[in-house]
Design a protein around this ligand. Sequence first.
Ligand code: AMP
Length: 193
Amino acid sequence: MRLILLGPPGAGKGTQAQRLVERHGLVQLSTGDMLRAAVKAGTEVGLKAKAVMERGDLVSDDIVVGVVADRIEEADCARGFILDGFPRTVPQAEALAKMLQSKGMKLDAVIELKVDEEALVARIENRVRETIAAGGTPRADDNPESFRKRLVEYREKTAPLSSYYAEKGELKSLDGMASMDVVSQQIDAILAS
Ligand code: AMP
């Protein structure tokens, strides 16, 4: 099964992807996580991405598409994967379509989590508080300024993907403001249909 989870930052894509990993044995491919790992490891990709990510801007399509193209070739992706945070723009979606076609792969569904933006800001503030309370370090881009910028990026560059996939008949939208369990149930219902 090959899925895309679509939704603004803080919509719960990561949580839902992890649940899909546990329940369906899929691999979660979060471009944000992959890029953060590259930054931490100080790789060439990481060096290019670091400052861009901290500002809340988008890393260039070439870098991200390359990272995903390499990753889906790996053996653990053979049973399927969930793309979380990719594609982020219509050109990335077009590049993905070409890439999958060249590998003889097809998408099974694009699932969109629809959410209220103001509630998202509150969710992020909560995520930061919880991380600090648990003794962790919040993500460098989890501050209100970067977060709002990521929301604007989403609205301008990623939201058009809803109509892109709707026109292809691949989009399934659901209410991302519902509880995590309800959202998980709705995703399972979509996958079973
Ligand atoms: P995320 O964890 O998905 O919120 O991603 C964190 C940051 O990584 C984003 O703000 C971007 O700077 C970068 N990033 C992640 N995925 C992509 C992508 N598909 N295209 C461009 N930049 C990305």
